[in-house]
Design a protein around this ligand. Sequence first.
Ligand SMILES: Nc1ncnc2c1ncn2[C@@H]1O[C@H](COP(=O)(O)O)[C@@H](OP(=O)(O)O)[C@H]1O
Ligand SMILES: [Mg+2]
Ligand SMILES: [Mg+2]
Ligand SMILES: [Mg+2]
Length: 357
Amino acid sequence: MSISLTTPYAKEAYIAQLAVKRAALLTRKVSEEHLNEQSIDKQDHSPVTVGDFGSQAIIINAILKNFPGDEVVGEEDSALIKEKKIENLIYTHVDTIQQTDAAHESELGRISSAEELCNSIDKGNSKGGSKGRIWALDPIDGTKGFLRGDQYAVCLALIVDGEVKVGVIGCPNLPHSLRDSGSKKGGLFTAIKGHGSYFQDLNESVSYPLNTSTNISVHNEYSLDQARVLEGVEKGHSSHGLQGLIKTKLGISQPSVNLDSQAKYCALSKGDAEIYLRLPTNPNYREKIWDHAAGYLLVKESGGMVTDIYGNDLNFGYGRTLNSQGVIAASKTVHSSIISAIKSIIGEKGEKLEEYC
Ligand SMILES: Nc1ncnc2c1ncn2[C@@H]1O[C@H](COP(=O)(O)O)[C@@H](OP(=O)(O)O)[C@H]1O
Ligand SMILES: [Mg+2]
Ligand SMILES: [Mg+2]
Ligand SMILES: [Mg+2]
């Protein structure tokens, strides 16, 4: 597989890489200046920072400059910015990054006022759905990890008629190898439907045609007893209790690696682990499409499987959320055994799921 200028969605992937990189520059700056420690609580009590808002503005502005007819499902909106009167503060940081990244101004454009910044953020209000070109954007996934100085990711995917076609994820803090904590940090992961998945150092410049020198793939050789498992850090986002029961049932004894954000999909896609378990903490919770679209394509293009907890495919054309419970991503070697183990615990149709939430 290779990617040329005529590969479908190559241009979209290139603009997505540039935009994610520019947003990651901002999140790094916010983190270095300890601004990430000043979070604001949203209505659902989850945190949001200057980094989340600025990243969403930068990426939406870049996408709509290049693809003006497209829609965006973005996680954030500007209501809290206006309420807290922090438009100018965010704009100042965004503009510094625009100056640092001036080399890409002709491709990504430039936001020129605090008002424009809020307008850009609010263009992430698409309802999603199964028709047309819709981008799913998580400007900072793993905001709680970002606040702790741990893992987080800038995630962007293009969905066309309900199917994910492009996924780009920037992970500023992810070591190049999970087994070597001394390895370089910062990765940019890219997948194009039908054309594979690729890794590059986040600090390297991106190119057009895309840099495909480092093709990545899921590690398919380990059997279950050797498999390495990824789980989230936050106990409120996935059921660590149920995940523990599943691991015991499968005979997995190695401790899990706990990472915030879609960095879990990234680690799986480059063969640093074989299983990602995300069992619901509430049977009624529906996962947001921006939390999974890019990672889903990345793992699939790397030769892995991604389904809900019953083994069904994920539907990214349903709206702003999926209409299914949890996520199981794994190598093809072990995926079906995990689904069987889950069903043996919670029942074929999840009749007993509530007992474990
Ligand atoms: N009850 C819940 N169940 C599953 N996911 C949840 C959740 N509450 C919040 N989340 C999502 O979990 C994401 C982080 O995932 P993880 O725990 O794997 O790092 C959050 O993304 P944000 O950080 O972008 O808000 C948020 O959307
Ligand atoms: Mg959030
Ligand atoms: Mg998220
Ligand atoms: Mg987020």
